[in-house]
Design a protein. Structure first.
Ligand code: ARG
Length: 487
């Protein structure tokens, strides 16, 4: 977590808080230095600087348009705010601990720049509706970033799937060999999950896209503001109806973290598979040097650190979800300082999710290669075609349960003798059941076993080609319509 910067006044041994902090003359003494540190959020909410400036620019313009301040005053406020933006870009805007948070830091600097006029900016506004606005503006942008990151990840999976539309891989249940599947089918399952993640985030975004500005501290304001003016200037889809709800709603943060948690669940499950596949025991993939690490001790090692880290980092995001729920659950209306705790959770949750999506995209773009020869050998050397023997008999009028029992006995017998089903002679098949004919050998070859699963959404090659086609179209359309980086 980010720590707060030192307080210039505390460093100089002076009294902090009070006028420096920005609250009223009611206060005679400054904060205890440890409490000042404890109370401050500037160490992390500086992340919201751009959004805080955007919100203040919109607020200043609205005050001017509504006649609360003179139009030229509004323009000078906007210029002052843009000066701060330029100073931040140049690295010369460096708030200290005495500023407490990003909102006070901006206001303090504005007053330094503009004198008494700077003191008019906060008219008809509170930090409570201000922070809610900043946070929603910030999260809306980050959801758009995540959407782009998900699309890149899906494109990386799709490129591998296209290459392996004919490659087979063992399919598992209970991590026991079950039935062979097409490798593209396996990868397409993760594309389907990522698509649901995009849909969930888009749905959360609709509720992030509400403007709380104008709710002021909790009850609204007697100042003749125009909430629709600021909301429109900031590109919000709508306003909060109720001022108490506006300043105390953090449902959107919880919903976001739940959606982000599912992104991480999906990435973590895929990571687990990649880690297994890279092991000597599976040997289904090899890792390229650019995405794997060595051991400081064992010269032969090549470790799958990327998926391991992704799997490990998922816990942080789930933790943030629980942290947010717990932080909110006992809060009376309306604003409570507890809400300050939402920020580090959101910042870290977003960062973690974006980093993991990028790392997994790179892993599938250039970090791993499937090993078709190993995969081929795997699907040929097991009993994962046993169901197809039973299905063969079903096709010749044998009731399924009877066929199932028969084949079970056959597998037991083969295991005892150390042979595979494909090694049985026609005589052996017919000894088991007279319905077997020469075509049994072709029927249980892995490629035929996969091809036969033609049911809609199954692993049959034709079905998989349709899925690939749909995924390709969807990605083309989505990439065309994705909001740009400036959002
Ligand atoms: N830093 C505060 C936060 O993150 C800003 C709002 C403070 N409001 C207040 N009434 N103390 O929530």
């Amino acid at each position: 977590m980010v720590s707060n910067p030192p307080s210039p006044s505390a460093a100089a041994g002076g009294v902090t808080g009070s006028s420096a902090g920005g609250w009223s003359d009611r206060f005679e003494q400054g904060l205890h230095p440890a409490i000042e540190r404890f109370n401050a959020s500037i160490g992390f909410d500086i992340t919201l600087l751009q959004e805080d400036l955007d919100g203040s620019v919109a607020h200043a313009r609205m005050l001017g348009a509504c006649g609360v301040i003179e139009p030229d005053e509004a323009e000078r406020l906007v210029e002052g705010l843009e000066t701060i933006r330029a100073e931040a870009a140049a690295g010369s805007f460096q708030p200290g601990l005495a500023d407490e948070d990003v909102h006070f830091a901006v206001e303090r600097r504005l007053i330094e720049l503009l004198g008494p006029l700077g003191k008019k900016l906060h008219t008809g506004r509170s930090r409570n509706d201000q922070v809610g606005t900043d946070l929603r503006l910030w999260l809306r942008r980050r959801i758009d970033d995540l959407d782009r990151a998900l699309l890149r990840f899906e494109a990386a999976l799709l490129a591998q799937a296209e290459q392996h539309a004919e490659t087979l891989i063992p399919g598992y249940t209970h991590l026991q060999r079950a039935q062979p599947v097409c490798l593209a089918h396996h990868l397409l399952a993760y594309i389907a999950m990522a698509e649901r993640d995009r849909q969930r985030l888009a749905d959360v975004r609709r509720r992030v896209d509400l403007c709380p500005l104008g709710a002021a501290a909790l009850a609204g304001t007697p100042v003749p503001i125009d909430r629709r003016h600021t909301a429109a200037a900031l590109g919000f889809a709508d306003l909060y109806d109720n001022s108490l709800d506006a300043v105390s709603d953090r449902d959107f943060a919880v919903e976001f973290m739940a959606a982000a948690s599912l992104v991480m669940v999906h990435l973590s499950r895929l990571s687990e598979e990649v880690i297994l596949w890279a092991s000597e025991e599976f040997g289904f993939i090899s890792l390229s040097d650019r995405c794997a690490t060595g051991s400081s001790l064992m010269p032969q090692k090549k470790n799958p650190d990327v998926p391991e880290l992704v799997r490990g980092k998922s816990g942080r995001v789930f933790g943030h979800l629980m942290g947010l729920l717990t932080m909110i659950k006992g809060l009376p209306l309306a604003y409570n300082k507890d809400f300050q705790e939402d920020k580090e959770a959101l910042f870290d949750g977003v960062r973690t999710c974006l980093d993991c999506l990028e790392a997994m995209a790179i892993l599938f773009e250039e970090g791993l290669q499937f090993r078709p020869e190993r995969l081929e050998r795997a699907v040929e050397s097991d009993f994962s075609n046993a169901t197809d023997v039973a299905d063969y008999l079903v096709g010749r009028g044998v009731p399924f349960r009877e066929a199932y029992q028969l084949v079970g006995g056959l597998v037991k017998d083969c295991l005892r003798r150390g042979v595979l089903l494909r090694q049985l002679s026609l005589e052996e098949w017919q000894a088991l059941h007279p319905a077997f004919e020469e075509d049994i050998h072709a029927a249980i070859a892995p490629r035929q076993v996969v091809a036969a699963r033609r049911s809609e959404g199954g692993t049959g090659f034709e079905q998989v080609r349709r899925q690939l086609q749909r995924a390709r179209l969807l990605l083309q359309e989505s990439s065309g319509s994705a909001p740009d980086a400036t959002g």
